[in-house]
Design a protein around this ligand. Structure first.
Ligand code: ADP
Ligand code: ADP
Length: 237
């Protein structure tokens, strides 16, 4: 499914954020990446859809080497990779429905692109997906009228509407209070389970990783230092 081999990232300026990271993720696994601040968690997740460009290694999603794609090919490949962001990354002045439908466009870059007509099937799925994430009736709300938890639900709906092969989440709960964090993680993992797709998320709260992941990957100074089930993780980790 997802196969990461010898992945490395050196930022301009010399920071070595990832060093020879190798692991595979199978279909339907829920995998959490943990580690101290600065360990490379966010860099790792963002390299998978090349929001951050890796400097070495390969990333295969099924048979496609993501690292080898041209910009045009990458736009298509990103349709297979759903992404949920810490700060939601919604377009604040657009409605909930418009934000969710943008999941079908890849990156929405212009109003012109947005005005493109959507097939009725997409609209129907968008309504159904909004219902699924608990936002039925909020379709015409502007994103900037929503609470943090509601925004993240829109972010999840947008990612799911793509019918991705994998869901990535970069600190999906960092901007949320504990109760909302649980609600969002419940939703993210339940939807991925329903859709039969794997989830890879990075998170700084180890208890949330233990609670929601089948498998934990630990990073320290850009290196993979742990890969196993939550039960194998030290109590004090
Ligand atoms: P984490 O998500 O585990 O906190 P990050 O992936 O954000 O870690 O960062 C890993 C390392 O890379 C840190 O040393 C950080 O300072 C550095 N880093 C992250 N983003 C950038 C950037 N855009 N430019 C330069 N260095 C960066
Ligand atoms: P112009 O080319 O005159 O800047 P646009 O129609 O591209 O006009 O954009 C008008 C305003 O809307 C700008 O402030 C721009 O930042 C914003 N904007 C453009 N595209 C989008 C989009 N897809 N979603 C949200 N806002 C957008």
């Amino acid at each position: 499914m997802l196969s990461i081999t010898d992945l490395g990232k050196t930022y301009p300026g010399g920071d070595r954020a990832l060093d020879s990271v190798t692991f595979d993720i199978g279909s339907e696994e829920v995998v959490a990446i943990i580690g101290p601040s600065g360990a490379g968690k966010s860099t790792l997740v963002r390299c998978i859809n090349r929001l951050t460009e890796p400097t070495d290694g390969t990333i295969h999603l099924n048979d496609t080497d993501i690292t080898a794609l041209s910009k045009d090919e990458l736009r298509t490949a990103r349709q297979d990779i759903g992404m949920v962001f810490q700060e939601y990354a919604l377009v604040e002045r657009l409605t909930v429905m418009e934000n969710v439908l943008s999941g079908r466009l890849g990156a929405v870059s212009t109003w012109q692109a947005f005005r493109r007509k959507f097939p009725a099937e997409d609209i129907q799925r968008a309504y159904a997906t909004l219902d699924r994430v608990g936002l039925a009736g909020h379709e015409n709300d502007r994103a900037d009228e929503l609470s943090g938890g509601q925004r993240q639900r829109v972010g999840i709906a947008r990612a799911v509407l793509q019918r991705p092969e994998i869901l990535l989440a970069d600190e999906p709960t960092s901007s949320l209070d504990p109760e909302t964090s649980h609600a969002v993680m419940d939703l993210l993992t339940e939807i991925a389970g329903d859709e039969g797709i794997p989830v890879l998320f990075n998170i700084h709260e180890v208890p949330l990783a233990r609670e929601y992941a089948d498998r934990i990957i630990g990073l320290s100074d850009g290196q993979l230092v742990f890969d196993g089930p939550p039960t194998a993780l030290d109590e004090d980790a």
